[in-house]
Ligand binder design. Structure first.
Ligand SMILES: C[S@@+](CC[C@H](N)C(=O)[O-])C[C@H]1O[C@@H](n2cnc3c(N)ncnc32)[C@H](O)[C@@H]1O
Length: 192
């Protein structure tokens, strides 16, 4: 787990709104979010994306999680400004590490992680912690569920790992070093 220092947190949150608009526009155009979805966001930061997603898609539940209590405080401030009469009840903020998700197996329809997976370990260039986070994502996603993520590190290793587990990449976009992916978890075939 790697909480960011105050300066990194400041710059990440400063640009969060612009990045959120771009990724949100991409999701609207390319990704089919199921009706009444159970959603989980890993490393939600200041939750500007979570607020936009919930206002648009009205999922059954959206768990916006981050390991850093300071990020969750920033998220509470953003949500208070965005929803002055109270955030939608389906939007929940929670402290959780992507390495140990407090959710049961195969219960989520959509997991989202934006420039967050590489934060799984102390060394952002070490894939082993990212793999642990992916194992957790795979555990909590239901068969047929969707992983939507953005990364600029470990792009090939993440895709290779997902492919080994049978995920199908349904949508992808590359902007310079940043890759956006929507990948679907396989539904086990019923034996004869
Ligand atoms: C680069 S920021 C991205 C924040 C947000 N997704 C965005 O795009 O603005 C990475 C986030 O991951 C969080 N994080 C770091 N390690 C984590 C972990 N083990 N589990 C969950 N979140 C983590 C950090 O606190 C930070 O908010």
């Amino acid at each position: 787990m790697t909480e960011m220092n105050a300066l990194s947190r400041f710059f990440v949150n400063l640009s969060a709104r612009r990045r959120s608009h771009r990724r949100f526009a991409w999701i609207l155009r390319h990704v089919r979010i199921p009706v009444s979805a159970q959603c989980l966001e890993l490393g939600c930061g200041n939750a500007v994306f979570a607020a936009e997603f919930v206002a648009q898609f009205r999922p059954a539940a959206y768990q916006a999680t981050d390991v850093d209590p300071d990020q969750l405080s920033a998220a509470r401030r953003v949500l208070a400004r965005r929803f002055p009469s109270g955030a939608p009840p389906e939007l929940h903020l929670a402290r959780a590490s992507m390495l140990e998700l407090p959710y049961p197996d195969a219960t989520l329809d959509v997991v989202l992680a934006f420039v967050t997976l590489h934060h799984a370990g102390e060394d952002h260039h070490d894939f082993s912690a990212v793999r642990k986070a992916l194992v957790e994502v795979n555990r909590v996603l239901r068969p047929g569920g969707l992983l939507v993520y953005e990364e600029f590190l470990h792009r090939d290793a993440i895709r290779a790992w997902l492919s080994e587990q049978g995920f199908q990449v349904e949508q992808s976009e590359r902007r310079f070093r940043l890759e956006r992916i929507a990948a679907r978890k396989p539904i086990p075939s019923v034996g004869h």
